[in-house]
Design a protein around this ligand. Structure first.
Ligand code: DQA
Length: 143
């Protein structure tokens, strides 16, 4: 299966940004970890990060007809981007929402995910391991 792993705004700052909340690993290190865990699985991964809503939407559109699943940490866009939500529902590719931190245990504004009901699952509070759980869910999905 071809899986797109997408990270949104400020996730390029992992390793520097709020280490107590998000951990000490950089995004490259997390992506390497995902690659390592995916070794031996029948999966082809592509990684993408952007701080721009439109770029994330373009990449989702690009995935149409090309990818079998999307793992998305949309960062703060999770909480208010109806445009990203509509992009996910436009492409009809199974998408799993991932958050490093437990968004339900943080500020009130993070409790709401406007993308949750167009995703097949939400995984949060498990750090980088969340991406692996998301991958497993997508690999179990029927084509
Ligand atoms: C996040 C949680 C969001 O609330 C926040 O805006 C992020 C990261 C997470 O991975 O825990 O940028 O998606």
């Amino acid at each position: 299966k071809k899986i797109l792993v997408m990270n949104g705004p400020n996730l390029n700052m992992l390793g520097i940004r709020e280490k107590g909340v998000y951990g000490v690993k950089t995004l490259d290190e997390i992506n390497d970890f995902i690659c390592g865990q995916a070794e031996g699985l029948d999966v082809e991964l592509e990684f993408f990060q952007s701080n721009h809503e439109g770029a994330l939407i373009d990449k989702l559109h690009d995935a149409y007809g090309r990818k079998d699943g999307v793992i998305l940490n949309a960062g703060a866009y999770t909480h208010y981007s109806y445009a990203i939500r509509d992009a996910i529902s436009s492409i009809s590719i199974p998408c799993v929402e991932v958050h490093l931190s437990d968004i339900h245990a943080r500020e009130e504004f993070r409790h709401v995910s406007v993308i949750a009901d167009v995703c097949i699952a939400q995984i949060c509070g498990k750090g980088e391991q969340g991406y692996i759980e998301a991958l497993k869910i997508l690999l179990e999905e029927k084509q």
